[in-house]
Write a protein that binds this ligand. Structure first.
Ligand code: NAG
Ligand code: NAG
Ligand code: NAG
Ligand code: NAG
Ligand code: NAG
Ligand code: NAG
Ligand code: NAG
Ligand code: NAG
Ligand code: NAG
Ligand code: NAG
Ligand code: NAG
Length: 624
């Protein structure tokens, strides 16, 4: 039984002229959008004069030059038929690729309250649940650190930001929220099997605010995965954060986690005290090893659910906080840093000690927050097709390196890197959502790993421009993932991967199939901001999606050479191909295409959610 949600809006194409709209920005509310900004022409707007929200920034970069020497156009991919292959990862869960939602924008992304759910969000989660059975989402970030659970808020609101209060130097104002946020999450879970991470505010330790744990366990039950004990504590002592004295160290953090565990032990309103906490969620100011060396994992083993880190390969903070100084980077100069495989492998190598440590200690190891660049990402990079390829390569490198999950961050209107972005609040009646490149990566990663939780990933890359991975399940190869980071419309940089299983030099029996099936992730260029397709289907362009794929599913069948025992799969420049070596590997992750004619049933009353200012809005769920 599959569940999808449809919103049919009798769409009114509105041109906004003389619009003044406010968009939430760090620290204050600012009025963006010039007096003549025309949303219907976003794609055509000149990037240089663009003054709207980052999420719709039209900057288009030049793709990096075709590599010299050129990439090999014939690439052999030799797999073993039985017993696996050296260097396989641990078996990975299909829900590996999840999302991290900044708590301060949760009311925009999830819904306004527990009876007003964002239907596109439900669909976006349902797409992943169709493929792998569940999805993991974290609500938190810097804005969780001093979030306060309150009885009620003015006008029945679920969440409020104290935007007058600039005491918090991370740029995120103190948040107040009610239990309705948790009910909203529970309602999302019951419709889509979304599971959640939350965070315990770490600003005040005497005592910690444990209300979120008490109410989270009560309201979310088994849909709650665990609680972050501190978000990026290695930055607490920095001047920019100022949560702690500048001497704040891993040993101090270790002590505070101990205090937290003691307070949880003494709290009768917290029934589940074991396997609860996620530590230490450090960036790179402390090495993970310096935290392991405190003995935190052995000392608090029963309380710790999983180990986590956070990492962005770069930051755009100098552009966002110009007053703090720093060199503003030109996105064009650094685009290439996202389009070579060593970008991912270098970053992952920093964690290899730690993933091994996690495996030894029997704990999951989660990349709790990541994306192209902190401080909102880079225009032209973070929202380009290149970012889809980068995020997919980074996720696969993490899977290969024995991370157990990775959460890609969503920052709201002022971020370039969002996997998906709801329209600005005051445009929600006539604009749909914008699905970004990184959501495509999530969808593809779900299909790469599949629903069995047995996929072991191996990196077979031989050229940094063309990462290649194989997936093995129960000792046999089931999929091959082929990237081409190059943009070359001449066709000269298209390569052919020649896949063979067993036989030949392996000394194993030949198991090359007679045909394979291939799905492609495609766009015209790595710099493209529009017209992305996965197996022929798309979420449309800016403001173009209700969260469902549209278009006809296109799965390519490749006949293999049964004399040479090879299957030749062509990978365009740019592009990504997922090769399904068995029919089960394809059927297990391939929901039908989203034709509009499927039967519909109206949602039960509690979920008939929408208020429509323009046209009729019908919320329905579709049973496939
Ligand atoms: C396994 O990984 C190591 C470290 O990256 C590498 O040196 C070795 O060549 C790999 N082995 C095989 C058979 O690919
Ligand atoms: C939920 O939010 C919607 C949209 O803002 C509003 O119309 C509705 O009254 C709210 N419901 C409750 C119970 O607050
Ligand atoms: C912020 O300050 C303004 C002006 O002093 C005041 O009207 C408003 O109520 C304040 N908002 C909050 C959330 O305190
Ligand atoms: C601002 O927020 C901080 C953290 O929540 C709180 O301690 C402080 O009292 C607030 N200041 C004002 C003026 O409301
Ligand atoms: C959905 O939210 C309502 C509150 O509006 C709550 O009464 C109900 O229990 C929630 N449903 C679930 C499944 O949590
Ligand atoms: C990847 O390798 C290339 C070629 O050696 C080098 O130019 C580039 O700087 C490396 N990129 C990263 C992110 O390490
Ligand atoms: C990994 O651990 C080894 C041995 O403890 C140590 O020498 C090395 O510096 C560590 N690597 C990193 C990146 O910290
Ligand atoms: C991942 O874990 C497996 C099983 O313990 C191990 O064989 C493999 O070397 C690890 N991979 C990395 C990159 O550490
Ligand atoms: C895979 O893991 C998820 C989450 O841990 C679980 O809900 C699901 O049942 C597992 N699937 C299988 C086939 O074991
Ligand atoms: C996207 O594709 C449509 C239909 O093929 C085309 O009309 C449009 O120009 C394309 N948009 C961009 C930005 O490439
Ligand atoms: C399906 O995808 C393949 C590979 O990109 C392409 O060659 C073919 O034209 C597509 N078919 C349709 C009907 O779009």
């Amino acid at each position: 039984m599959r569940l999808l949600f449809s919103v049919s809006v009798s769409f009114v194409w509105v041109t906004i002229v003389n619009a003044q709209y406010s968009v939430y920005q760090p620290k204050n509310r600012v009025i963006l959008g010039g007096s003549s900004f025309d949303y219907t022409n976003t794609a055509a707007a000149a990037a240089a004069s663009y003054t709207g929200a980052a999420a719709y920034d039209p900057t288009i970069l030049n793709p990096p030059a075709v590599p010299d020497p050129p990439i090999p156009t014939q690439v052999p991919v030799q797999l073993t038929s039985t017993g696996g292959i050296p260097n396989l990862s641990i078996p990975q869960n299909g829900g590996f690729f999840g999302f991290s939602i900044e708590m301060s924008v949760s009311n925009q992304v999830l819904g306004m309250n527990s009876s007003y759910l964002q239907v596109p969000f439900l669909n976006l989660m349902a797409n992943l649940v169709e493929r792998v059975g569940w999805v993991q989402v974290r609500v938190g970030g810097n804005s969780q650190e001093n979030a306060e659970l309150v009885e009620s808020l003015p006008n029945g609101a679920m969440l409020a930001k104290d935007t007058n209060n600039t005491s918090n130097p991370t740029g995120t104002p103190p948040l107040a929220f009610t239990t309705d946020l948790l009910y909203l999450m529970a309602n999302i879970s019951s419709l889509t099997n979304t599971h959640w991470y939350l965070g315990i505010p770490f600003l005040n330790t005497t005592p910690f605010s444990l209300e979120i744990v008490e109410n989270g366990q009560r309201i979310l039950g088994d849909y709650l995965i665990g609680f972050q004990a501190g978000n990026e504590p290695d930055l607490y002592g920095k001047k920019s954060h100022g949560h702690r004295p500048s001497t704040y160290s891993p040993v101090d953090y270790f002590g505070e986690v101990g205090t937290l565990i003691q307070q949880i032990a003494n709290d009768p309103l917290i029934p589940k005290k074991d396997n609860l906490l996620i530590v230490p969620s450090v960036q790179t100011s402390w090495t993970p090893e310096s935290v392991w060396d405190t003995g935190i994992v052995s000392s608090y083993s029963s309380s710790i659910l999983s180990l986590a880190v956070e990492r962005y390969p770069d930051d755009n903070c100098a552009a966002v906080y110009r007053s703090r100084g720093g060199v503003v980077q030109n996105p064009q100069d650094i685009f290439i840093n996202y389009l070579q495989h060593n970008a991912s492998t270098n970053m992952a190598s920093y964690y290899t000690n730690s993933t091994a440590f996690a495996v030894q200690n029997g704990k999951p190891f989660v990349m709790f927050e990541t994306n192209t660049a902190s401080c909102s990402g880079f225009p032209g990079i973070s929202n380009s097709f290149g970012a889809a390829l980068w995020a997919l390569d980074w996720a696969l490198t993490m899977a290969y390196s024995n991370f157990t999950g990775a959460l890609f961050h969503i920052g709201g209107q002022n971020a370039y890197y969002n996997p998906f972005t709801p329209p600005p609040t005051d445009q929600s009646t006539f604009h749909q959502w914008t699905v970004g490149p990184v959501y495509y990566s999530a969808l593809v990663m779900a299909e790469v790993l599949g629903p069995h939780n047995t996929s072991q990933v191996v990196d077979l890359t031989s050229n940094i421009n063309t990462p290649i991975y194989a997936v093995y399940e129960n000792g046999a190869p089931t999929k091959v993932a082929l990237f081409n980071f190059v943009t070359d419309s001449t066709g000269a940089s298209t390569y052919t991967a020649t896949i063979s299983i067993g036989g030949g030099t392996t000394g194993q029996s030949n198991a090359t199939p007679s045909q394979v099936q291939v799905k492609y992730l495609l766009a015209d260029s790595v710099s493209a901001k529009a017209n992305f397709t996965w197996a022929g289907q798309t979420f449309g362009n800016n403001f173009g999606s209700d969260g469902r794929l549209v278009g006809d599913l296109n799965v390519t069948t490749v006949q293999c050479d049964t004399t040479a025992n090879t299957c030749s799969v062509s990978v365009p420049a740019p592009g990504f191909a997922l090769v399904f070596l068995t029919s089960d590997s394809l059927s297990a992750t391939s929901p039908g295409s989203s034709s509009a004619s499927a039967p519909r049933a109206t949602l039960p009353g509690a979920f008939a959610l929408f208020a429509a200012a323009l046209g009729a809005v019908v919320v329905a769920r579709r049973w496939l």
